[in-house]
Design a protein around this ligand. Structure first.
Ligand code: F6P
Length: 525
């Protein structure tokens, strides 16, 4: 990686953007359209089967060009090359971040390429075996249910993809996801499953995450009883997915049933590795590969397209404009597709665990805002929940609206209403209605920005491209803010204290604050 000594606020582009924000930050988006009939064409972009309309932003040509200057004056280009080249881009853990190689192994160094291909063959073997019944349970029965245990990046990606790609799922195998350590969920799920026909996937990069280990223990006890075996983890019912093979082996999973990945795959970037096993079981290995190819297509676009025609770079700069110059603390994601209902949660981890940081790569506290608070829900439901605030509240909230142009699972009638609502909301957020004839409480200030992102269809390839688009948006913003998007030290302290509270009993009370001690008295731990 190039020099880590960079402060975006010292660039000429940043100063120019500050001046533009002061003089033109409240200019009317509607006026931009009035003054430029070609704005919809100029402020839109197609990459494969994804179409982005970013014309409804508080961005004039001068602002757009200053944002592009910022990208040029930042280390983005060299950091992007470092990312794809497999250089150490995660210095606090001394690691590369090579999730892009999982989608395009042929472009990676030979040893990485061969390692990826070997694990992909295992992924193919087990996903096909479970699907065609050749990999079956200890009592000879084919698997009808798959219980995937994992949390954070070891759950959000595969769960989102299984839900989003429901159209492509083969009937006969039901997927279940156990992430939270909430025993009520675990017990309720297990009560309705048959151990003889249940396959358990334990997905954990480290294989040490406490929530996953406890859930796994409970599921193993259930399997042991159901199969009348004292070593259920050694049976065909259990597959491990991990970068910590020694821990999985020590737990008793046979080596051949451990699908590996590597420390250079970040947890929240691991859907593309063997962590995607439930997706391959649900839709088949070939469609799973299409998801990887769709992501690879977005990778190639991100790597080669000039910044002003580069979808992730454009989204990143727009986000930065609102966050750093117009004071927007959050970013809202509203998929107009129920099957993308988990996308906001997935993007919360991707964005907030990556860019929720206040220290730069060169160990300085940033003097500017970094990653936004990401939130959202599917439309139209969101309209009946929080759109009131988007339209008339006191916060400026940029919104990404996402939809599939064609939906084979819906009907023309429903799809028309769904997408009509999306168009109407984006239009009204921008245009508002400030008529003086209306009482103040019925006025809409308008001038509220949104992007509209259209997928031709919600196919495996397009889902892959969509998720890679957001990955690269996050990476671009991290490069502009000079932060490391690939570590997550902020989650460690809480984990440590929870472990102490559970393991050390009375001893751990010594250093506790009075509020926590008092709460402990109210609980039965
Ligand atoms: O919350 C921290 C974190 O390390 C995430 O980054 C990760 O996705 C999750 O925990 C689960 O970790 P593991 O896959 O090692 O169980």
């Amino acid at each position: 990686m190039d020099s880590i000594d960079f402060d975006p606020a010292d660039t000429p582009a940043w100063s120019r953007l500050s001046a533009l924000a002061a003089s033109h930050g409240n200019d009317s988006i509607s006026d931009y359209f009035r003054d430029d009939p070609e704005r919809p064409e100029r402020y839109s972009l197609r990459v494969g089967e994804l179409y982005l309309d970013y014309s409804k932003n508080r961005v004039s040509d001068a602002i757009f060009s200053a944002l592009m200057d910022l990208a040029e004056q930042s280390p983005l280009s060299s950091r992007r090359e470092a990312l794809f080249a497999g250089d150490i881009v995660n210095p606090s853990e001394s690691r590369p971040a090579l999730h892009t190689a999982l989608r395009h192994p042929q472009g990676a160094k030979p040893e990485i390429r061969d390692a990826i291909r070997a694990e992909q063959e295992k992924l193919r073997f087990y996903s096909e075996g479970v699907r065609d019944g050749s990999w079956r349970g200890a009592t000879g029965k084919a698997f009808t249910d798959v219980v995937h245990i994992g949390i954070g990046g070891s759950e959000l990606g595969p769960r989102l993809a299984c839900q989003a790609l429901r159209e492509f799922r083969t009937p006969g195998i039901t997927l279940h996801f156990l992430a939270n350590v909430d025993g009520a969920e675990v017990n309720t799920l297990l009560a309705r499953l048959n151990p003889e026909t249940s396959l358990v996937i334990v997905a954990s990069k480290t294989f040490t995450t406490r929530e996953t280990r406890l859930n796994t223990d409970t599921v193993m006890s259930w399997l042991a009883r159901g199969l009348d075996r004292d070593d259920p983890q050694a049976t065909s019912h259990v597959l491990g997915v991990t970068a910590g093979a020694p821990e999985a082996l020590a737990f008793g999973i046979p080596e051949k049933q451990i699908l590996g990945f590597w420390d250079w795959v970040g947890g929240r970037y691991s859907l593309w590795s063997a962590v995607g096993l439930p997706v391959a079981i649900a839709i088949g290995y070939e469609p799973f590969s299409q998801m990887l190819s769709g992501a690879a297509h977005m990778d190639a676009h991100f790597r080669t397209a000039p910044h002003e025609h580069n979808m992730p770079v454009i989204l990143a700069l727009l986000g930065l404009w609102y966050s750093n110059f117009l004071g927007a603390p959050s970013h809202c994601v509203v998929p107009y597709c129920e099957r993308l209902g988990l996308l906001p949660a997935y993007l919360q981890q991707l964005d907030m665990e990556s860019n929720g940081k206040a220290v730069t790569l060169d160990e300085h506290v940033t003097g500017y805002r970094t990653g936004p608070i990401v939130w959202g829900q599917t439309g139209t439901s969101a309209q009946h929940a929080f759109f009131q605030l988007l339209h008339q509240g006191t916060h400026l909230v940029p919104v990404d609206m996402i939809a599939a142009v064609r939906d084979n699972l819906s009907s023309r009638r429903h799809h028309r209403v769904l997408l009509g609502n999306m168009l109407a909301q984006a239009a009204v957020l921008m245009a508002g209605n400030n008529s003086a004839e209306l009482p103040a409480h019925r006025r809409y200030p308008g001038n509220r920005p949104s992007n509209t992102l259209l997928l031709d269809t919600l196919s495996p390839a397009n889902l892959g491209a969509l998720l890679a688009l957001y990955e690269h948006k996050v990476f671009t913003q991290a490069s502009l803010w000079n932060i490391n998007p690939f570590d997550q030290w902020g989650v460690e302290l809480g984990k440590k204290l929870a472990a102490q509270l559970m393991d050390d009993g009375e001893q751990s009370l010594a250093g506790l604050d009075p509020s926590t001690r008092d709460l402990l008295d109210h609980l039965e731990l």
